[in-house]
Design a protein around this ligand. Structure first.
Ligand SMILES: [Zn+2]
Length: 269
């Protein structure tokens, strides 16, 4: 294997890899506004680096990055690109089905567009799991590395949401050249307790989809939900390190403990 990126290898390298290993990582993300201090590609950049670094640590192949996700509410700000959810479901299904056809059995999906991409991705993985028997764990920073995030966060309850402390810290560490820390902001709106958006705050809540008409207002015309004023590269470094440890453990679990018998290996048609 010349590179952990599938697309940088020759087909013979993939044939050899599959004789020894059945796991591959597939990063998905989003191109959407991330306030004034983070680039539009934040969710995709984060997924890409997590995949790349975990791939290098474990010699695990990474499939080509998919940049765009499902982000209709972020269309409130220019530059955002959104797929229809059906398109994202189809994209995940076709990429994974192609990989399964070749004999990949364990496909680790990294979703950088926290939470928001999950409904279309979960539809795709449920279909693939049922038709092919493949194991398709979804890694999402809202759920994965949760303990470390909870330990590291500095902001008050409501401080974690979009373009906030954890996401900003992660980006300040990974891609400082694309960030502008002088533009960090804070926006923690007073809301009924059922509308809590902070994943680290316990309580009863409802799930209410954001919409493009009110999102600009909700994010104060800047694009932030939460508090990025405590973000730092140091927090991002610790967060990334633990995230990678967890990913290495998941890759090891996939390779050594998950037993898969593939069936119905079809070409997407
Ligand atoms: Zn994001």
């Amino acid at each position: 294997m010349r590179s952990i990126w599938l697309q940088e290898n020759k087909w013979k390298d993939i044939e050899t890899y599959l004789q020894k290993k059945k796991t591959i990582i597939v990063p998905f993300g989003s191109v959407e506004q991330h306030s004034a201090h983070l680039p539009l590609g934040t969710d995709s950049f984060v997924a890409k680096r997590l995949a790349e670094d975990a791939g290098k640590l474990t010699n695990t192949l990474v499939a080509p990055q998919s940049w765009v996700g499902w982000a209709p509410h972020h269309m409130a700000y220019p530059g955002t690109i959104t797929l229809r959810p059906e398109t994202l479901t189809a994209l995940v299904e076709d990429i994974c089905q192609s990989l399964i056809y070749h004999g990949f059995e364990k496909i680790i999906i990294i979703n950088g567009h926290r939470e928001a991409n999950l409904p279309p991705i979960k539809i795709a993985t449920a279909r693939l799991r049922n038709t092919t028997g493949a194991f398709l764990p979804i890694v999402d920073p809202f759920y994965f590395n949760f303990e470390k995030g909870k330990e590291l966060r500095q902001s008050e309850p409501g401080g974690i949401g979009h373009a906030e402390e954890m996401e900003s810290s992660h980006m300040f560490f990974l891609y400082p050249e694309l960030c502008d820390p002088s533009k960090v902001a804070k926006n923690i709106p007073e809301k009924h307790r059922f509308f809590q958006h902070d994943p680290f705050v316990e309580g009863d809540r409802i799930l209410n989809s954001s919409d493009v008409y009110t999102y600009k207002e909700d994010t104060k015309g800047i694009g932030i939900m939460g508090d990025a004023t405590d973000a730092s590269s140091l927090i991002g470094e610790q967060y990334h390190k633990k995230f990678l440890e967890n990913l290495v453990e998941l890759i090891d679990y996939c390779e050594n403990e998950v037993i898969v018998n593939l069936r119905n290996r079809n070409i997407p048609l």
